[in-house]
Design a protein around this ligand. Structure first.
Ligand code: ASP
Length: 293
């Protein structure tokens, strides 16, 4: 199996005038190059953790430092990870002031109670001495003052290593200016899921992703013998018909990589198929992806 990797930088794209499309592409290309070498050396789970950490540190993306603020001016972040070998979903929901929510999600996979939310999640991270960070970035404070809502910038990775282990991970700051305590799809099985047949990470309007049970549904269909392409296409068809802003990246055990974009949704992503890197921006309703390089 040739190790393969896909990373998304969210749906909706660049609402902040402070950044350009080019900056997002550059950041994704750098992340995918570094993450691919971790994939070769340490396998898919370590690669997903490494890549998501990089993006959580980058204020361009709505995850970790640079997460959007909820209506009450606080940042609450969510992240989840799952791989095909452990078959354990673990995550944190609305955690505060940690540098890497994805690392907290990772440590929880070894515990009986694998998903923690709110204060419990934050206190768990403190007890484990996980790195503290104030995630407030200046451009997000400005957005909050202007009551900007969005659906962009969440990050996610799906990777398969040479042993065929598939891992999916997602990290988000939510949609911005939401009701305090709103739960995003990212740390639910609708937003992040992996089994031995395929893995999926979602972005876009969380409530729609949960209503459609996107990631878990695609994986279940592939387990039942549907091809990944048909499973993604079916979901995308419904999303466009129902006008749902849903985006996703996915990868199966044969190394097929598929990206889905629902109604009026763009997905920014980069993929590495062993020999070359491509970065793309799917256009709303395009069936063909538009190469960026
Ligand atoms: N899915 C995320 C949420 O609803 C937002 C996003 O992907 O940009 O919180």
């Amino acid at each position: 199996m040739v190790p393969r990797l896909i990373i998304h930088g969210g749906a909706g794209l660049i609402e902040s005038p402070d950044f350009t499309e080019r900056q997002y592409e550059k950041a994704l290309r750098k992340a995918i190059k570094e993450t691919y070498s971790v994939l070769l050396q340490k396998g898919s789970r370590q690669a997903v953790l490494y890549g998501i950490r990089l993006l959580e540190d980058d204020p361009l993306f709505n995850a970790g430092y640079g997460s959007r603020l909820q209506k009450d001016g606080r940042v609450r972040m969510s992240a989840a990870i799952m791989d095909s070998v452990s078959q354990k979903f673990s995550g944190v929901i609305n955690i505060c002031n940690v540098r890497h929510p994805i690392d907290v999600a990772d440590t929880l996979s070894k515990r009986r109670h694998a998903v923690l939310a709110g204060r419990g999640a934050t206190e768990y991270a403190r007890r484990r001495k996980m790195e503290y960070c104030s995630p407030l970035a200046p451009h997000r404070l400005k957005e909050h003052a202007e009551k900007v809502k969005g659906e962009s910038g969440t990050v996610g990775i799906v990777a398969v290593d040479h042993k065929g282990c598939i891992c999916a991970g997602t990290s988000t700051g939510g949609v911005g200016y939401e009701t305090p305590g709103r739960v995003s799809d990212s740390a639910t099985v609708a937003g992040t899921y992996a089994s031995r047949v395929c893995g999926v990470s979602c972005t876009g309007q969380g409530e729609s992703i949960v209503n459609q049970a996107v990631a878990a549904k695609i994986v279940a269909r592939v387990e039942d013998g549907v091809s990944l392409a048909s499973a993604v296409q079916r979901l995308v068809g419904i999303a466009r018909q129902k006008k749902l802003r849903i985006g996703l990246i996915s990868l199966d055990c044969y190394g097929n990589i598929l990206v889905g974009n629902g109604y009026n949704t763009k997905v920014l992503y980069a993929k590495h198929e062993g020999t070359k890197i491509d970065t793309f921006l799917t256009q709303p309703h395009d069936h063909e992806h538009v190469p960026r390089h």
